[in-house]
Design a protein around this ligand. Structure first.
Ligand code: FES
Ligand SMILES: [Fe+2]
Length: 393
């Protein structure tokens, strides 16, 4: 059990906070952008991160790559193009890029013409496949190898089955962190969770994380809630006689773990990531992996699956309606007029501000160089408006 209690100073954090809703998400982490199954079906997908258009694709040989989603020539989105060998060809004039974003061919250039030096590449994003998701690293490319993907051992454990969620939600990502961390909002779910009331036992935090523990008591929750944690019963070995819930924001992701009474083994572990889509960061894509411990009775998890899914979707729908209302209210009122009283939430808000980055409202293309800049005077009298020519690559 966590024993640290709120300090007086934590209650004062809000006095010094920037407007949390104006804080951008730090791009120097791995972010999921799609379920891998979607890429199997379509091979080329348009995604985005905080206003950066990104194309994710899978080559014939199964290699996944991610590039800036705009052709260096005339900004045609590359996701409209076609896969060509181990690369992609723009739909408009057919310029070809390899999986590292290097422009490798302009089909109508003669043998004597060269690819312009200014147009040699589009931005390349490091890209990985894990937990059934495609992750990209939208930050400083050199940092990609120094940052780890999340560690989710339950995902590959035969004792767990994973339910996958992915939704666009019309709000700043911080509303989602607050929503999950804040177990005092069970009133919102009263029809599904009855009078269940989690009690905060304590919380702890570090420079980029905060974790709260709740004791879960009371109520007669929906059958889906009971089935969701049913498998955790089989791992009962310790004295604690109540259900324990821990919620942690480990920037930029979040997770919720539920332990049944007398158990130290997670009955469920929910991992979530909130990925800003637009440059203003007023919309995001919520990704969730709900890892559910299987009951010992063979096949029961499969029978229970639709009921669990219904329950989880219903809870999410209520949360989504609430956070989208919060965003609308923020937009109408023009400021974060938050009057938070929970010490955990105040700590969470402090961490989201301190780990965030300024929102930049323009996504600057990395590779757009005007072709109209340089000129030369050819012998035939026609003016050639184009870049200085360089070696063909
Ligand atoms: S816009 Fe892509 S090849 Fe012309
Ligand atoms: Fe909720």
């Amino acid at each position: 059990m966590l024993t640290e209690r709120p300090s007086a100073s934590s209650r004062d954090y809000h006095l010094n906070l920037l407007d949390l809703r104006q804080v951008g998400i730090d791009p120097n982490f791995w972010y999921p952008v799609t379920n891998i199954d979607k890429l199997k079906r379509r091979n080329v997908l348009a995604v985005s991160f905080a206003g950066q258009p990104i194309v994710v694709a899978r080559t014939k040989n199964g290699r996944i790559f991610a590039l800036e989603d705009r052709c260096v020539h005339r900004q045609m989105p590359l996701h409209k193009g076609v896969l060509r060998g181990e690369g992609i060809q723009c739909a408009y004039h057919g310029w070809c890029y390899d999986i590292r974003g290097k422009l490798v061919n302009i089909p109508y250039l003669s043998d004597t013409e060269m690819i312009p030096a200014q147009a040699r590449r589009v931005r390349y994003y490091s890209c990985r496949e894990a937990y059934g998701l495609v992750f990209v690293f939208p930050g400083t490319p050199e940092k990609a190898d120094t940052v780890s993907l999340p560690d989710l051992p339950e995902f590959s454990s035969p004792q767990y089955r994973t339910m996958y969620f992915e939704r666009t939600v019309e709000c700043h990502y911080s509303f989602m962190h607050e929503n999950l961390m804040d177990m005092t909002h069970q009133f919102l779910h009263r029809q599904l969770m009855s009078s269940i009331q989690p009690v905060l036992l304590g919380y702890r935090s570090g420079p980029n994380w905060v974790e709260a523990q709740y004791k879960v008591e009371g109520g007669k929750p929906h059958a889906g809630a009971n089935l969701m944690t049913f498998g955790g019963k089989d791992a009962a070995v310790i004295d604690r006689n109540y259900e324990l819930m821990t919620i942690k924001t480990d920037y930029p992701n979040q997770e919720l773990i539920v332990y049944r009474a007398h158990s130290e083994t997670p009955a469920i572990r929910l991992w979530t990531s909130y990925v800003s889509l637009d440059a203003e960061q007023r919309r995001h894509r919520s990704f969730g992996l709900l890892m559910i411990r299987k009951p010992r009775i063979p096949g029961l998890i499969y029978l229970a699956w639709p009921v669990i899914r219904y329950f989880a979707e219903s809870i999410f729908a209520q949360d989504r309606a609430a956070v989208e209302e919060e965003q609308r209210a923020y937009d109408v009122q023009g400021a974060d007029r938050n009057c938070e009283i929970s010490p955990v939430l105040l700590e969470l808000r402090r961490i989201l501000v301190s780990c965030g980055v300024p929102i930049t409202h323009a996504s600057k293309p990395s590779a757009l160089s005007s072709l109209a800049g340089a000129t030369s005077e050819p012998a035939n009298g026609y003016r050639f408006a184009g870049p200085s020519l360089d070696s063909k690559r």
